[in-house]
Write a protein that binds this ligand. Structure first.
Ligand code: HEC
Ligand code: HEC
Length: 310
């Protein structure tokens, strides 16, 4: 995490930094030494039984009051980890649905950064009145009626299924939802041919313009909370303070912003520059930034993260 007070110091960082070399496990200091962005690590090792239970629960509609919604209904793991099959996702509370991919690497969760851990977020998601509209206790009492599931929980946790183990299984599974192996990360790790000269130029601009003063770290964002527009409001309604979103897999997660009001990356980048940096970018600058952003698409289960747009 970075204190907001250091933003101005970061804005004056020298342009492109030395990429890291070798297959490096994530360390929070890495970007300070080698550039503003660190590669996504491989998922942590976890008990396969807990992982399997978490995956099962992620797709289980019994977690919602009317048994119609599972986590996967809104966070589609076969595409981008966000809302499936729709460009302008309706979300809940009129919020665009963020991807669950790499959420485990964020210092806080949700657009406003309201929750601090995956299990706290899972509890909130199950309770959300405009979503699953249930509660962890209600969900647990339904799941307890399932003998198979109970036995699997007893085997994995050594105790009957309860709210703690349900939330832990979900969080354990979500920790595995990382997307390493993007072209940008391969370049950071020393594969000079992974990026084209245009894309490297885009990365240089991203640093020089000051985008990386907010979008940095392993998630290219998701490690500080700031105003949604430093110079002018980005949108007039909604929260004024938001967590800087991660730009990992951003090519696949249109539409953009907390209200889903930017349909394309080009539009999002142009509006960002105006709101956060007080700059109007040329078409060339926008194209080059977008070329860089498209190198941030990683892999999940061996396949590139894909857009859910029809
Ligand atoms: C009805 C759609 C819907 C369902 C169902 C749903 N979510 Fe979400 N999820 C959202 C929305 C919308 C947000 C953003 C909420 C906010 O910003 O306040 C979100 C945010 C999240 C985040 C934070 C992502 C980030 O980068 O900040 C995680 C993690 C998450 N959900 C996991 C889950 C889990 C686990 C479940 C099942 C228990 C679940 N969600 C069910 C819509 C949904
Ligand atoms: C002062 C901090 C700051 C700076 C500088 C900044 N951003 Fe952002 N960026 C944000 C915040 C905050 C949001 C979320 C705004 C919202 O949705 O309300 C965001 C959102 C985005 C999004 C949309 C992500 C999504 O999933 O919805 C893109 C793309 C983006 N920024 C790219 C850039 C680029 C390119 C630059 C440089 C030209 C830049 N940003 C500079 C803070 C910043």
């Amino acid at each position: 995490m970075i204190a907001v007070a250091t933003i101005s110091a970061l804005l004056t960082r020298p342009g492109i930094a030395q990429p890291a070399r070798g297959d490096i496990p994530f360390s929070p200091e890495l970007w300070q030494d080698s550039g503003p962005i660190a590669p996504i690590p491989q998922p942590p090792r976890a008990d396969p039984r807990k992982l399997a239970l978490g995956e099962r629960l992620f797709g289980d509609a019994r977690l919602s009051a009317d048994e119609r919604l599972s986590c996967a209904s809104c966070h589609d793991l076969t595409t981008n980890g966000a809302y499936p099959g729709q460009r302008q996702s309706e979300g809940i509370k009129h919020l665009d649905i963020p991807t669950v991919f790499n959420a485990a690497l964020s210092y806080r969760l949700t657009w406003e950064g309201n929750t601090r851990s995956l299990s706290e977020q899972a509890r909130a998601s199950i309770a959300d009145p405009s979503g699953m509209h249930s509660g962890i206790e209600e969900a647990v009492s339904k799941l307890r009626a399932d003998r198979d599931l109970n036995e699997a929980f007893r085997a994995a946790y050594g105790a009957p299924l309860n709210s703690e183990s349900v939330l832990d299984a979900l969080a354990t599974f979500e920790e595995s939802l990382l997307t390493p192996g993007s072209r940008f990360d391969r370049w950071l790790q020393g594969d000079a041919a992974a990026l084209t000269p245009d894309e490297i130029q885009g990365y240089r601009r991203f640093n020089e313009l000051g985008c990386s003063s907010c979008h940095q770290g392993v998630s290219v964002g998701a490690n500080l909370v700031t105003r949604q527009g430093i110079f002018v409001p980005l949108v007039l309604s909604g929260p004024r303070q938001v967590r800087v979103p991660s730009l990992r897999n951003v090519e696949a997660t249109a539409p953009y912003f907390h209200d889903g009001s930017a349909p394309t990356l080009e539009d999002a980048v142009q509006r960002m520059a105006a709101a956060q940096l007080d700059r109007i970018l040329s078409d060339d600058q926008v194209a080059s930034l977008v070329a860089f952003l498209k190198t941030l698409t990683g892999n999940f289960r061996g396949k590139p993260v894909a857009s859910s747009a029809p």
